[in-house]
Write a new protein. Structure first.
Length: 154
């Protein structure tokens, strides 16, 4: 290895961005990369949108667990209740992390919209709720509103 190669490597190792990416890569393999990625660097603002979408999916999860807990009895119901509280906790933590850089009103509206639309779809699929044109129409308008909020948010 010649001196030019050592100089390049020293410069690369001194670079804060390189160290951050190495740390992120390591932590992501451990499953905590999204939290570090979203909270440490403002320029990775879009990751908070991903956290918000995941939080909305966990909202669908806790609503689904609540519905299943209502349908079952005994130990099975207890397991659905545990699933409800786990999904609820994860959803709230992710919503909190997302609102550290996203506007609170927009984040809450998107989180609620994802949860509402997903819960209606899960109700149709899992709980055999009726499928009607107007129901699907208003779900589509809800999804369009979520996309619109994302588009106009800074």
């Amino acid at each position: 290895m010649n001196n030019n190669d050592r100089g390049f490597l020293n410069t690369m190792f001194r670079c804060a961005d390189w160290k951050f990416l190495a740390l992120y890569s390591y932590c992501f393999r451990l499953g905590i990369g999204l939290f570090i990625f979203a909270s440490n660097h403002k320029r990775f603002f879009f990751m908070n949108w991903i956290l918000l979408i995941i939080a909305g999916l966990f909202e669908v999860g806790f609503a689904t667990c609540l519905g299943k807990a209502r349908e079952t009895t005994g130990n099975t119901s207890l397991l659905w209740w545990v699933g409800f509280f786990v999904c609820l906790s994860i959803s709230m933590v992710l919503l909190y992390k997302a609102t550290q850089t996203l506007p609170m009103g927009t984040a809450y509206a998107v989180w609620t919209g994802i949860g509402a639309a997903g819960t209606v779809l899960m109700g149709i699929v899992l709980f055999k709720e009726p499928v009607a044109f107007w129901r699907l129409f208003f779900i589509a308008t809800l999804i369009a509103s979520i996309i619109g909020l994302k588009a106009v948010s800074h």
